[in-house]
Design a protein around this ligand. Structure first.
Ligand SMILES: [Zn+2]
Length: 624
């Protein structure tokens, strides 16, 4: 433990030096920039998956320093309460002696009697490899800053330094959007917002790099593949980057001088992607194929414009103490969701069946789900703090009252893209709209790193559509119907322009609803029953046990299919079930036609349809 003691002494000396320097500066000049907050990250036992953090807050003017663990993380919309993995917390004052802390709430430590400098030392456990949490093991440390770093109220504008220490016997590298510091393992951030937005991968990294015009893009790969895999991946990522650049006409100015893809493609990774200002974290289990990885690359990179800089007002600035609320995730996430697969098609990384499958999926989600009867796209966005966290502990009825803003917004993007092309014979498209949002709100907004100067409102988004389409009435109508209202666009007519047919996949087939049965001690209903299913009117609900349909004993889903196969839409058949209170009931189901939809390319598209489709799905050049 000699090395540790020595470092501690050095730190104390450094602190002393700074204190003297600060005193000199304070007496010499009326203004002085406060010293940076210093973080030291070390990994004495990576096999046990915890990290040691020493955080030093110098120049503390407050009598009580309120030190916090974040409750939320940029890019996530729900609470994660990262304090839950923190333990062995000690606060030291300026003298280096431990001082007492009090706990104002579960997420904070209040430090008094510190003498102007506070050092907090703690351990944080992390074993989830994704875009939100901390993952430490013998192969790497994958660090999402809010999951790992304590910060202090009132010091948002302080710069920070982050120093990484090699685990015993390792020779790891760091990849991050943090600015380079004085050594290869030291980095800086200009303020809290930027620091928290800057994840880091510390491990054996395979680096690849390419440039497009004046911009540099880096791939920091932690994977089980070989050099050839890394080269191929970089080549394909470049295709995606070029196609997305063509949509906006230019790339943002990435503050550290480059944009970094932090990619963990490992057997024990969770499938995830998380956008940041100048980087993205992409994690994927090795079992998941390339396609999924590319889709995430396309989605996350699109965010370097849409959400990171073209940012809804509700997300700016990001609040680490509580969940932000925005009404615009249909645009921030939904439009991004639409563009990911579309760009893969344009880049030659997806084929037409994959793209029509994506389109059909978006249309199905917004057309067939009963959620739209309850909430508009704006209201779905406001559900994000609840649904983004995954499953609730208690049961919810979200499957019939919520449509994810990803799919809902994707369907709106599809409708808007096709409507604009339809109205202008292809002269104006959603690409123009995104470019206008970038020019008006994203591009002029970077006076302070980590902040967005001109976040937009829904009114701004509508105003931009009015300008791009040259038709205020169209813009107002579109927003009123499909974004703030609960109408569904005429996708069939719009897709016909591109030579695609939207049709019922199970035309003529009888349907009672998408009920799923669990065949264990009887045929128990394993899904919520939606109001727009024919069987809803019988009173059947989740957990009830279906006994007979149309006089036939029901033991599972195949029995239901067999009954439906003998009937046609409009037939009325009996159902007998026992509800979960034990009461038996017999009722009548009025069968409907199965509403399931599919999108198929027309047999022989016209030249006009082919031209429309090519302009939409074909590759773009930067000057298009
Ligand atoms: Zn996203």
């Amino acid at each position: 433990m000699v090395a540790t003691a020595f470092r501690f002494e050095m730190q104390t000396l450094t602190r002393l030096f700074f204190a003297v320097a600060v005193f000199v500066l304070m007496t010499a000049a009326p203004f002085h920039a406060a010293e940076p907050i210093r973080y030291r990250l070390s990994f004495p036992e990576p096999q046990h998956r915890w990290m040691q953090v020493d955080a030093t807050f110098p120049d503390v003017a407050q009598a009580t320093l309120e030190v916090r663990m974040s409750r939320s993380s940029p890019g996530r919309y729900s609470l994660h309460d990262f304090a839950k993995n923190v333990y062995d917390v000690h606060a030291l004052g300026k003298s280096g002696r431990e001082v007492e802390t009090t706990r104002p709430d579960p997420y904070g430590w209040n430090v008094t009697g510190h003498g102007g400098t506070v050092t907090v030392k703690y351990k944080v456990y992390g074993d989830r490899l994704d875009g939100t949490y901390l993952a430490v093991d013998t192969t790497h440390a994958h660090i999402n800053m809010p999951a790992a770093l304590m910060w202090a109220h009132g010091l948002d504008d302080r710069p920070a330094t982050v120093a990484f220490e090699q685990p015993p016997g390792s020779n790891w590298q760091v990849a991050t959007q943090l600015h380079r510091g004085s050594t290869p393992l030291e980095f800086t951030a200009p303020n809290l917002q930027y620091l928290m937005d800057s994840p880091a991968e510390f491990g054996p990294i395979a680096m690849r790099q390419f440039t497009v015009g004046p911009r540099t893009f880096r791939l920091a790969l932690h994977h089980t593949g070989n050099d050839g895999d890394a080269d191929a991946f970089a080549k394909d990522a470049e295709k995606i980057v070029r196609q997305e650049g063509a949509i906006y006409g230019e790339y943002p100015e990435y503050e550290p001088g480059s944009y970094t893809f932090l990619i963990d493609h490992l057997p024990y990774a969770d499938g995830d992607g998380m956008e940041h200002r100048n980087s993205t974290v992409i994690t994927s289990p090795t079992a998941a194929g390339r396609t999924q990885l590319y889709d995430t690359v396309a989605h996350e990179f699109f965010h370097c414009w849409n959400v990171e800089r073209i940012r809804p007002k509700g997300l700016e600035p990001f609040d680490f103490d509580r969940a932000n609320l925005t009404d615009s995730l249909w645009l921030a996430e939904g439009f991004t969701q639409y563009y990911g697969p579309l760009v893969l098609q344009r880049a030659g990384l997806a084929d037409l069946p994959a793209t029509t499958g994506m389109i059909a999926g978006l249309i199905r989600g917004v057309t067939l789900s009963s959620g739209r009867d309850v909430r508009s796209a704006v209201e779905m966005s406001r559900m994000a703090p609840f649904i983004d966290g995954g499953r609730a502990v208690d049961r919810t009825n979200w499957s019939r009252t919520v449509i994810s803003y990803y799919g809902f917004g994707g369907a709106i993007a599809l409708a808007l893209d096709l409507s604009l092309r339809d109205r202008t014979d292809g002269r104006v498209s959603l690409d123009h709209y995104m470019r206008a949002m970038w020019q008006t709100y994203g591009k002029p907004g970077g006076s302070r790193e980590g902040y967005v100067d001109r976040p937009y409102t829904i009114g701004d988004a509508e105003e931009t559509l009015a300008a791009v389409s040259g038709d205020r009435a169209f813009a107002h109508d579109f927003f009123a119907k499909y974004i703030e209202g609960r109408d569904v666009a005429d996708y069939g007519r719009l897709l016909a322009r591109a030579g695609f047919t939207l049709r019922k996949r199970e035309a003529g087939r009888a349907w009672l609803g998408d009920v799923r049965l669990q065949s264990r001690d009887g045929a128990r209903v394993a899904t919520l029953v939606a109001p727009n299913w024919p069987v809803y009117a019988t009173g059947l609900e989740q957990d009830d046990e279906v006994r007979e349909i149309d006089g036939q004993r029901i033991n599972g889903d195949t029995d239901v299919s067999a009954v439906l196969g003998r009937h046609k839409p409009g037939d009325r058949i009996a159902i007998t079930f026992v509800d979960r209170t034990g009461r038996a009931k017999t009722a009548t189901i009025a069968l409907a036609e199965n509403p399931q939809l599919e999108v198929v390319p027309a047999d022989s598209p016209t030249d006009a349809q082919k031209a429309f489709r090519d302009a939409w799905l074909g590759p773009k050049r930067n000057d298009d």
